[in-house]
Design a protein around this ligand. Structure first.
Ligand code: SF4
Length: 363
């Protein structure tokens, strides 16, 4: 299994000790110490005196169950949402990005795999029945990377099967990895989108430790398209630094060298943003990171962001680069204000009302 550092120990919640999926997961992790626990607290205690509890949390696996999985994406106050729903099947991520908000948000939650898929299946069944109109997107990439633990869990196969025949409900599996083999062994579904978060290779190497290289991510995307899947891309977080424009121009050219625009369902743009509480954690863990060197403003919801003119410049320039490949209709902004959206629409989409705002299916 691709992880930055090997898993040191597996913790099994007593409630799920005897489930088949727990057994299957343990069979895939031979030789790793296993301990039964009554809940999460003893696991977190294990990291308490570590100089890097966040790093430790990425090396411990907690197998458990959850009460509920599906919730509306909280987006951010004051931003225009895109109607997304999240499925919190796994929590935390073995990759280690310097800007990742999970370092602070998850509060040392170990890599967590929930094995009560029957509950998720039942929850989704009710969800599908109750939402009777429009197309709704759901994805597992909010509090985890959708495919980072795929070799272990094969969650994606279960999810694709669950979404099969549910045409109005689109499942997105979003990753910075390249392991998609199980997905290539099943029939692709029209309502499943495999997506990748992208950054220029220099940023990946410096700021996204343990993730797949740009080349590997794009090769995986090309394989997915070849197999019949739709794909998506997230330019998120876009970083602003001297020379950013040339780097992102090269990045977009790489994307369209291997993936045809017709195969792309959506492209999101989101500039670097983070809650103030992340800053001390990230600075301590990644002293060499250059993510936090630029000027930031604190927005009304308490997050730090680039000043609005800088954000608009990033979106406008990148939007124009994407438009040169015929992709302007695929773009939406992630966690941006109505004001920035309006200015972006005027500049890139030229205010045409039939264009996505942010998606035709929300209109
Ligand atoms: S891949 Fe995503 S979830 Fe994983 S560390 Fe990076 S930003 Fe966080």
């Amino acid at each position: 299994m691709r992880t930055l550092r090997p898993i040191k120990k597996v913790w099994v919640d007593r409630r799920v000790e005897k489930t088949n999926l727990t057994r299957r997961l343990l069979d895939k992790l031979p030789g790793i110490p296993v301990e039964l626990v009554a809940g999460l607290e003893p696991v977190k205690k294990e990291f308490r005196f570590s100089p890097d509890p966040v790093g430790e949390s990425k090396q411990h696996l907690f197998i458990t169950e959850q009460k509920s999985f599906v919730r509306p994406c909280p987006c951010t106050p004051g931003s225009l949402g895109c109607g997304y729903w999240t499925i919190d099947l796994d929590l935390n991520c073995p990759f280690d990005c310097s800007y990742c908000i999970l370092q602070q948000y998850l509060n040392w939650q170990p890599l967590t795999v929930s094995v009560n898929r029957d509950r998720l299946e039942a929850e989704l069944k009710i969800f599908f029945q109750r939402r009777t109109s429009g197309i709704i997107r759901l994805g597992t990439g909010e509090l985890a990377d959708s495919l980072a633990l795929e070799e272990l869990t094969e969650n994606s196969v279960f999810l694709v099967e669950t979404f099969c025949q549910q045409d109005r409900f689109w499942l997105e599996l979003k990753s910075k990895g390249d392991y998609i083999r199980p997905l290539l062994e099943i029939r692709p579904a029209d309502n499943v989108v495999l997506s990748w978060s992208l950054n220029p290779e220099a940023i990946i190497a410096a700021e996204e430790k343990g993730t797949a290289s740009l080349k590997s991510r794009l090769q995986a995307a090309a394989r997915a398209v070849g197999h019949g899947y739709r794909v998506g891309f997230h330019f998120d977080p876009i970083l602003h630094y001297p020379g950013w424009q040339a780097d992102y121009e090269g990045l977009v050219a790489e994307v369209f060298r291997v993936v045809p625009v017709e195969a792309i369902s959506w492209i999101s743009l989101g500039s670097l943003r983070f809650p103030s509480a992340l800053l001390p954690v990230a600075r301590r863990r990644f002293p060499e990171s250059r993510s936090y060197e630029q000027e930031f403003i604190r927005s009304a919801e308490g997050k730090y962001r680039y000043p609005r003119p800088v954000r608009l410049l990033l979106y406008k320039e990148l939007g124009e680069i994407l438009a040169a490949y015929g992709a302007e209709d695929k773009i939406y902004l992630c966690m941006e204000s109505v004001k920035v959206w309006r200015d972006f629409l005027v500049k890139i989409k030229r205010g045409r009302p039939n264009f996505a705002f942010p998606f035709p299916w929300l209109g």
